[in-house]
Write a protein that binds this ligand. Structure first.
Ligand SMILES: CCCCCCCCCCCCCC(=O)SCCNC(=O)CCNC(=O)[C@H](O)C(C)(C)COP(=O)(O)OP(=O)(O)OC[C@H]1O[C@@H](n2cnc3c(N)ncnc32)[C@H](O)[C@@H]1OP(=O)(O)O
Length: 154
């Protein structure tokens, strides 16, 4: 189920700080399906994304990339469940209802992050996802996210 076009590049008009192609100052994460119900994102931190110690990544940035990777996965899944191409027709949009992160180890600022999300539950109004964030082969954070479907004009 691999694909060449990122989920974010199939959705028009997204100004989100973490995942919006239309945000000039955003992080511009890119998420791809890898298998059924699973997506992957590789993110290269910039030097100004650091925590207090310059060698480590800020935890809020980690939360943002997890949030955006999982919610974009829920949005793409919403289109697939409706039998539609991602981004086609009336907008399908989800917002973050809950984001529960456990920070397990520091992530280095000079090393790419790997995010792997899995859809664990879905219903018409919400999608539940698990996400692992790794850096340099080490699991640095794991999260449970509840994405709630909101109206297209939210
Ligand atoms: C222009 C085009 C752009 C497109 C780009 C898109 C890409 C953008 C990507 C952005 C990426 C970044 C994303 C961002 O940064 S989104 C920004 C951060 N998030 C928010 O601001 C959300 C603020 N909250 C709300 O708007 C509402 O409270 C929401 C929408 C969340 C729920 O509203 P509402 O209360 O009316 O919902 P419901 O009562 O019908 O419940 C429905 C189901 O959901 C379950 N539930 C509800 N709340 C919670 C909760 N807090 N924890 C756990 N579960 C919750 C509930 O039990 C029920 O489950 P079930 O009983 O069915 O099992």
């Amino acid at each position: 189920m691999t694909q060449e076009t990122a989920i974010q590049d199939q959705i028009q008009g997204n100004h989100c700080f973490g995942c919006g192609p239309d945000n000039d100052q955003g992080l511009h994460i890119k998420s791809y399906w890898t298998e059924k119900d699973q997506t992957r994102c590789e993110f290269f931190p910039s030097a100004h994304h650091n925590a207090g110690p310059a060698q480590y990544l800020n935890g809020g940035i980690m939360a943002t990339v997890i949030d955006c990777h999982t919610v974009c996965t829920a949005i793409a899944d919403g289109y697939l469940q409706s039998g539609r191409a991602v981004g086609s027709g009336d907008r399908i949009w989800y917002a973050t209802g809950n984001l529960d992160i456990k920070y397990l180890a520091p992530a280095r600022i000079d090393t790419p992050l790997i995010l792997e999300a899995t859809i664990t539950e879905r219903s018409p109004r919400k999608t539940v996802l698990h996400c692992n964030l790794s850096s340099d082969g080490r699991l640095c954070a794991k999260a449970e996210v509840i994405a709630v479907r909101v109206p297209g004009d939210w």
